[in-house]
Design a protein around this ligand. Structure first.
Ligand SMILES: CC(C)(COP(=O)(O)OP(=O)(O)OC[C@H]1O[C@@H](n2cnc3c(N)ncnc32)[C@H](O)[C@@H]1OP(=O)(O)O)[C@@H](O)C(=O)NCCC(=O)NCCS
Length: 345
């Protein structure tokens, strides 16, 4: 049994495969009590963890016990393009090393790094069964992280759901008017880069996110191209559908990402329709287009996962129509960090 006093924390060099694997393995063991197989396989996660980004600073921290056994893992993610007050924190502890203070030690280390970087709000996400608490939700409450947004994780079974989609095609056709949907993979066609960036800039503050302290993100063509480069280097395929106005301007998007090494599960990144273009079933139209393309490219893909706020009625209606079902609660938690000078040592 480790005790917090025996724990040694160190920063993982993402280029060092054994350390990277040790970090991944702690996260894998810590995620086994999730409602589904949520943690990516090593084949999927390894290249992503190794691929540096220029729009985000990522620090991986590993905790080992007195026997040098990896028992805890943390990740600190700092956007360098926007939201300069935010720090995203993730903490994982192996099941047989819990309730010994390892999680608290890893979290304190991440918070310290966030404060040194000038961040004032720490943000995390933890998961719990529907109608119940989990180790993660109780840990967050105990460590001063109240819930800022109640979200839900949803899964779509691609083996059964598509049978129900033809009926939805009729509904979409009745509402689309002059709007259309186009799709592409991996690289945004030049004609849509500017409009897509404009949509991404408003996405975070447009969707319901409760009390989470988000500011608008900054998306430039350079950042979009960096995202394309990082996705490709991570071994992932990025599948996007855009909604187009009758004039041919992009007014909405939906996107999924999937690991080419292990294409069992795809994840939705984001979906939005600009406010003035709603009411044409564009959310449904784009998602059907994108999910069908996903199945064409990866016929063995079994599930798509997504997450959004329980109060997001419009998105929930689209997801329900497509066949998504809620599998767990996903809680966005947040804590104000005391500035460096005012911290007790
Ligand atoms: C959440 C997690 C990191 C906690 O790790 P840990 O090493 O057990 O945490 P600590 O020992 O530092 O616990 C600190 C306090 O949190 C609370 N807590 C943690 N786990 C708890 C549990 N299962 N039930 C009740 N309270 C719990 C307690 O108040 C605990 O203090 P105590 O043991 O003195 O009562 C671990 O359970 C885990 O990896 N879960 C899956 C990933 C996750 O949800 N991460 C958190 C969000 S980023």
């Amino acid at each position: 049994m480790p005790s917090a006093a025996d724990i040694v924390l160190s920063v993982v060099d993402p280029a060092d495969e054994p350390s990277r694997h040790a970090w991944w393995a702690v996260g894998e063991s810590a995620s086994r009590d999730r409602a589904y197989d949520a943690w990516p396989s090593w084949g999927a996660a390894g290249p992503e963890l190794a691929s540096p980004r220029t729009d985000t600073d990522v620090t991986l921290v590993l905790a080992v016990d007195a026997q040098q056994r990896p028992v805890g893992a943390g990740r600190l993610t700092l956007s360098t393009m926007d939201n300069p007050h935010l720090a995203e924190v993730e903490v994982y502890v192996a099941p047989d090393a819990r309730r010994q203070g390892v999680g608290s030690a890893v979290l304190a280390d991440l918070e310290e790094r966030a404060v040194v970087a000038g961040r004032t709000t720490a943000l995390g996400t933890t998961y719990a069964p529907v109608g119940a608490e989990s180790a993660g939700s109780l840990f967050c409450a105990a460590r001063g992280y109240p819930v800022a947004s109640h979200e839900e994780t949803k899964l779509l079974d691609l083996g059964t759901a598509p049978a129900t989609w033809p009926a939805l095609d009729d509904e979409v056709a009745r509402h689309l008017g002059g709007y259309t949907v186009v799709g592409f993979e991996d690289v945004v066609p030049e004609a849509y880069v500017e409009d897509f960036c404009a949509l991404l800039c408003t996405f975070l503050t447009m969707i319901p996110t409760g009390d989470v302290d988000f500011e608008d993100e900054v998306w430039t063509p350079e950042r979009l191209h960096e995202h394309e480069r990082h996705t490709a280097a991570s071994g992932r395929t990025w599948i996007v559908a855009l909604a187009l106005t009758p004039e041919g301007r992009a007014c909405g998007f939906t996107e999924v990402g999937i690991s080419r090494a292990e294409p069992r599960m795809a994840s939705v990144g984001g979906t939005m329709v600009a406010a003035e273009h709603r009411g044409h079933r564009l959310g449904l139209a784009m998602k059907m287009h994108n999910h069908r393309r996903l199945l064409e490219l990866f016929p063995g893909c079994q599930h798509v996962e997504t997450g959004n706020a329980g109060v997001n009625a419009a998105m929930n209606a689209v997801n329900e129509a497509l066949g998504y079902r809620v599998v767990e609660r996903s809680l966005d938690v947040q804590k104000r960090l005391a500035p460096a000078g005012s911290r007790r040592v």
